[in-house]
Design a protein around this ligand. Structure first.
Ligand SMILES: [Zn+2]
Length: 276
């Protein structure tokens, strides 16, 4: 009797013990492993897909009218999924739900299951996650809340906890309002990153090492509106020597992994022999 009863008790205990492990796969702990004695830099590709700018939203999604601007968002997401397939160490960040939700509706169950597994493993991460990346200069706060709610509701309903963005990301809106920082803090974001600030301000912040700061969006809220905030180093472009996309001339990074492993092994042997 004791034995029979202990089985479900042990099972329940195992489930309880394993639950945090299962839930903890996405989020910050899903980053590739770091080395504690080094400065660890994670370079993660991300999107900035305008929900209508030079072309209409539909032209952007399907890749039409490419003589105006070469852009087809459905192909971006298709190719991201194909590349995530190839290597479990790969990561990607997607931002604009107006496009992702449309792409998701067009996928079969197999692709959806695969993409969900990437989200659960923290390999495909959503940041910002609004329907679009809203303007800050002339937008009413009701509209900001509504469009963020629309995107986040889709993510929560589709992917659960692992789909909820932790980082606010305004890589292209012009000028940044204090109220936007306050709203993002109150929406529960851990941090807010943006690109556009005045050239003088960026230069000064680089010199003073104040590119990152705590932005108190509304002192009357007693800290609830404070948010870790960072300005990007070079507008929304990559740092020097990392620009190898279609608009750039830097050579691609070419690494033959096996060759480097052999070389490192030889260096290690030489080093150990000379020490001995
Ligand atoms: Zn833009």
């Amino acid at each position: 009797m004791t034995k029979l009863c202990s089985v479900p008790v042990i099972s329940v205990l195992l489930v309880v013990l394993l639950l945090p492990l299962v839930n903890s796969e996405c989020g910050y702990q899903s980053c590739n492993p770091t080395k504690p004695d080094r400065l660890n830099v994670h370079i993660v590709p991300h999107t900035h897909d305008d929900v209508g700018w030079l072309k209409t939203v539909d032209q952007y999604f399907y890749g039409a009218n490419n003589s105006i601007q070469h852009a087809g968002v459905q192909y971006i997401i298709d190719s991201v999924v194909a590349e995530l397939d190839k290597d479990p160490k790969r990561r990607f960040i997607y931002v604009e739900m107006a496009f992702f939700e449309r792409w998701w509706r067009e996928q079969d169950n197999n692709t959806r299951a695969k993409v969900k597994s990437y989200v659960d493993a923290g390999r495909l991460e959503f940041i910002n996650g609004g329907w679009s990346m809203n303007d800050e200069a002339c937008t009413h706060y009701n509209s900001i809340i509504d469009q963020m709610t629309l995107g986040h509701r889709f993510l929560k309903d589709t992917f659960g906890k692992c789909g909820i963005p932790k980082i606010a990301w305004h890589i292209d809106p012009f000028g940044h309002s204090r109220e936007q920082a306050s709203l993002f803090a109150q929406m529960g974001f851990d941090a807010f990153y943006f690109a556009r600030i005045s050239h003088n301000n960026r230069q000064l912040r680089r010199i003073n090492k104040t590119m990152e700061m705590i932005w108190n969006g509304d002192p009357s809220q007693g800290g609830k509106a404070s948010l870790m905030t960072g300005a990007l180093y070079k507008h929304y472009d990559p740092p020097p020597a990392f620009c190898f996309d279609q608009n750039c001339n830097d050579s691609p990074i070419q690494v033959h992994l096996q060759f480097h492993i052999i070389v490192m092994h030889l260096i290690h042997l030489t080093c150990c022999k000379s020490l001995a």
